[in-house]
Design a protein around this ligand. Structure first.
Ligand SMILES: [Zn+2]
Length: 505
């Protein structure tokens, strides 16, 4: 099967309580099947890894012979997607699961389990876990021919006939465009919204998603610099520096209070599961949860869900803003692991890695791409367009050089990223374009100081609160931002040469 362009359009479903009950049973059947398939594939993987053939294949040098030896191992131990399909089909025939699921759905569940184990086998992910009740929230079909299918604007599945809620206004024509595309297959998703079960259908469609008219795409090159909390982008005719996900305000204190209350409640209702020193006993399987505990758990989940939804929405907005500057995006390859280690809270709130993933997808849809630049080779945060390389401490938020070039640090490294090709910085190009770009960067800085709410600017912008109320001239003021994170981050940067920048306050 050749891969074609795919996009997804989601619609909420109108479900009666009896529809919901049937869907719940089917989802639980799919979950049980998933766990069975996972157990079986893990068993096959473990057997394969213990075999002599596998051990000798590992000794071989990389190349064709080694790959063939591994393939022989997979065949010997049936560690193959299609043999797992037949395992799943056989399992369903002998038990209750088969009464609730159709052949395509069964195969897709098996594929999902096998995919998880395969990634574990290749070392991409950790060992997959079994799904508890309520932790499995979607089922999908394989084609629109049978099983879960889309017919005349309704979802049919083995006796169920569900009506979706269409967007009657459809301001930008998104839904009209989506519904005119060919349906590849459907996915049903259960979400808990405002503590109530809601069902959604995702149409997996053939083609490209519509580009809203308000989101213009510029066919230029764009240099991008992503920090744990800020994004700087510099293009041909425009530049900006801004904080991302500023609407996602994590109520750290409130969540902490709720979690402490949960812990107290667990200890009171399950005194037998704890040792004398307060630690959990290792073999404690049975946990009682009070009704208030369950209520609180729902409240926390709802809070996290809203935050995630806001985050996703703001990521989308940021991607569109970047694409309006340029669709060929050049950015430093960041180590998100080091981000997580050094700026844990900020990463939890803003998820910069997720932003990049979305940007890669959106840029590809817009006919562009995201190019990674090697941080160690180019040293964008240390270099000047005159060629001097001077290391800046993290707290120094402005770039200033004896040759007279002055700019905000993040904007300047975004500008340099724009002039990188194949992991090398084209200094001559950067130098000759500087006179045209400098006013852009300066305007980007003054826009922040004019529009921003003075109190909410992050320290990494390099504008002190007092000064932020008046435009910074030339961006030439050096402001030392006291930051505890900076010292730790800096030493790490020194040690591993990782891109650790922009402190968060
Ligand atoms: Zn210089």
């Amino acid at each position: 099967m050749n891969k074609t362009d795919t996009f997804i359009h989601g619609l909420p479903l109108k479900t009666t309580p009896s529809d919901g009950a049937i869907l719940d049973v089917r989802l639980d059947a799919a979950r049980n099947l998933y766990n069975a398939c996972l157990r079986e594939s893990l068993r096959r993987l473990d057997l394969m890894r213990e075999s002599k053939l596998y051990k000798s294949a590992r000794e071989l040098p990389k190349g064709k012979a080694r790959n063939e030896a591994f393939n022989a191992c997979r065949n010997n131990h049936d560690f193959l997607e299609y043999s797992l399909h037949s395992f799943a089909t056989k399992t369903c025939k002998t038990c209750w699961i088969g009464d609730h699921l159709d052949a395509f759905t069964i195969q897709k569940v098996a594929t999902r389990a096998f995919g998880a184990v395969e990634q574990y086998a290749y070392g991409v992910r950790g060992r997959p876990r079994f799904k508890r009740k309520g932790w499995f929230s979607s089922v999908e079909g394989k084609s629109n021919a049978s099983g879960i299918r889309w017919r005349d604007g309704r979802v049919l599945w083995n006796g169920l006939n569900l009506e979706p809620l269409f967007d009657l206004k459809d301001k930008y024509g998104v839904e009209a465009h989506s519904l005119s595309c060919r349906v590849k297959y459907l996915r049903l998703v259960k979400r808990i919204i405002k503590e109530e079960d809601s069902w959604f259908v995702q149409l997996v469609l053939d083609g490209l998603p519509i580009q809203k008219e308000k989101n213009t795409i510029s066919m230029n090159t764009c240099g991008l610099d992503i920090g744990p909390s800020t994004v700087a982008a510099v293009g041909e005719n425009d530049a900006f520096l801004s904080q991302f996900c500023d609407e996602v305000v994590q109520p750290w204190k409130e969540i902490r209070c709720e979690q402490r209350a949960q812990d107290r409640s667990r200890r009171v209702t399950n005194p037998d599961n704890y040792n004398d020193n307060g630690t959990v006993k290792k073999d404690s399987r049975k946990w009682h949860r009070s009704n208030r505990y369950k209520k609180r758990q729902k409240r926390i989940a709802e809070c996290q869900r809203t935050l995630a939804a806001t985050r996703k929405k703001q990521h989308g907005e940021m991607c569109n803003r970047i694409l309006s500057i340029g669709n060929i995006i050049k950015t430093e390859k960041l180590s998100y692991k080091s981000f997580q280690k050094n700026h844990g809270r900020s990463v939890t709130v803003r998820a910069p890695g997720m932003l990049v993933t979305q940007l890669i997808r959106k840029a590809a849809n817009a006919g562009g791409r995201v190019e990674d630049i090697n941080t160690r080779k180019t040293k964008l945060s240390q270099t000047c367009i005159c060629g001097t390389v001077v290391k800046k401490p993290l707290k120094q938020r402005h770039h200033g050089c004896s040759c007279g070039v002055k700019s905000q640090r993040d904007l300047f490294s975004a500008y340099l990223a724009k002039h990188c090709t194949d992991n090398t910085l084209d200094i001559h190009q950067a130098k000759s374009a500087w006179s045209a770009a400098e006013p852009l960067l300066r305007r980007a800085m003054s826009r922040i100081t004019e529009t921003a709410n003075c109190g909410r600017l992050p320290a990494s912008f390099g504008i002190s609160r007092r000064q932020s109320c008046s435009p910074v001239e030339n961006g030439s003021i050096f402001i030392e931002v006291a930051d505890v994170v900076a010292c730790r981050g800096e030493s790490r940067e020194e040690m591993h040469g990782l891109a650790v920048r922009t402190p968060w306050l």
